[in-house]
Design a protein around this ligand. Structure first.
Ligand SMILES: Cc1ncc(COP(=O)(O)O)c(C=O)c1O
Ligand SMILES: [Zn+2]
Length: 411
């Protein structure tokens, strides 16, 4: 595959062949995919992208898969909404949201999973797996079903029922580990070592897996008429998504599809109950793992974020911000978005919007600034988060008089 030349350690620069491996043998640093940018520049173009499929695979020139057999349920090509109503309320003229809750399993994870399972098949794995905070579980289960592979999915205790049901229905082996996400991830890492012919998407397939999220930058740039926004606001768990979005805009610029995003701020948001990266940014310190996360935003509850160091560096270097809203702010933001813009997001989206609202409150957002908020998961999966904060339906007798008395008079 001429577009990919191998893997490289992000810490010491050691180079490796394209294999199922995520850690450097020299220094234990994480590995990343190395591309031949001259080759890609010669082979891709706006026209080629625009005539591609209506999915993440319109950007296949930037993805580390050969693509002879794609495990593709149709992730991507989602709408960048202009938030006119919310923008007006906040006094902002160019507020946008990328709604990634409408992917095949209703989160952005379908982007990374489709790439990872495709790559795992190219390596000839006999099973796939992952450690998950909920959304990845459903996404890997669905893509494994499509690929005809068994799946082993490790989740911590306490994940929302909707996400567990969604994962089980695809026929995967769902293993609930007594403990936190970090406990589940540790066990899954040991099992991945024990079964080297299995592909754990966010463990030994991780360098390829994270590449799928770059398409969230590409889609925004394409929908903003081949420009980058002034500011992107991203939810963080491991921090991988934030790094990939930043990388995506820079890769488009590298081959001249957009101008260099030199002034683009990248902000990252976490819930107050699991905020290791935000704390490190705000207090300018090393990342200290959170032992026992406690938040309604279960999908962001990673206490020991694998890409936290890199996410912190991007936030700092781009002049972005980090905020950690409370559960109450998260619920209010979910309701605000739904009632002003008709988009029902899960708590991760609530975290992102609530964090952004803090920035607006602090006067850090310009009226004309083009801001893109990433909404990465669907509220229908996490109904318990808002159920107790909504009014009951109005109950009436099947009579027009009762309707007029109890409903119409109030509106
Ligand atoms: C809905 C949602 N948004 C954002 C994230 C954060 O992803 P990352 O671990 O890449 O920071 C997750 C992670 O599970 C998620 O489920
Ligand atoms: Zn190394």
């Amino acid at each position: 595959m001429p577009k990919v030349t191998g893997l490289r350690c992000r810490e010491c620069g050691a180079e490796y062949e394209t294999t199922l491996q995520n850690t450097c043998y020299e220094c234990f640093g994480p590995l990343e995919v190395v591309y031949d940018w001259e080759y890609i520049a010669d082979h891709t173009s706006k026209e080629r992208i625009q005539s591609g499929p209506n999915s993440i695979y319109r950007y296949i020139d930037f993805l580390p898969v050969e693509g002879k057999t794609l495990v593709d349920l149709g992730a991507g090509f989602n709408k960048l909404h202009k938030l006119e109503n919310l923008g007006k309320t906040l006094g902002l003229k160019n507020l946008y949201a990328m709604d990634d809750s409408v992917n095949p399993t209703n989160s952005f994870k379908d982007r990374v999973t489709s790439v990872a399972v495709t790559k795992a098949l190219e390596f000839g794995v006999t099973a796939v797996g992952c450690a998950s905070t909920g959304n990845l579980a459903a996404s890997v289960s669905a893509h494994a079903a499509k690929a005809g592979l068994p799946a082993y999915i490790f989740i911590p205790e306490g994940i929302e029922k909707g996400k567990i049901v969604q994962s089980l229905v695809y026929g995967a082996n769902i293993i609930e580990v007594e403990g936190t996400y970090d406990d589940a991830n540790r066990l899954a890492t040991e099992i991945a070592d024990f079964h080297p012919d299995w592909g754990f998407v966010n463990i030994n397939v991780r360098p390829y897996y994270t590449e799928g999220s770059k398409t969230l930058a590409f889609e925004v740039a394409e929908q903003l008429d081949w420009t980058s926004p002034d500011h992107v606001v991203v939810p963080m768990a491991s921090g991988a998504l934030l790094c990939a979005i930043h990388r995506g805009f820079n890769e488009f610029a590298k081959i001249g599809l957009i101008d260099p995003p030199d002034d683009m701020k990248v902000s990252g948001m976490q819930p107050s109950g699991c905020n290791p990266i935000v704390k490190a940014v705000k207090e300018d310190m090393e990342i200290e793992p959170i032992r026992k996360p406690h938040t309604i935003a279960h999908s962001l509850a990673i206490g020991n974020p694998a890409d936290g160091y890199y996410a912190k560096r991007i936030i700092k270097n781009t002049g972005g911000y980090a905020e950690d809203p409370t559960d109450e702010e998260i619920v209010n933001a979910i309701k605000l978005l739904a009632s002003t813009e008709g988009i029902f997001t899960e708590p991760a989206g609530g975290v992102t919007l609530a964090g952004f609202l803090r920035l607006v409150e602090k006067g850090l957002i310009e009226e004309d600034e083009t801001v893109v908020i990433y909404l990465t998961g669907n509220g229908l999966k996490t109904q318990d988060a808002v159920l107790d904060h909504l009014p009951d339906p109005v109950k009436i007798k099947p009579l027009i008089s009762d309707f007029e008395k109890k409903v119409a008079i109030k509106t």
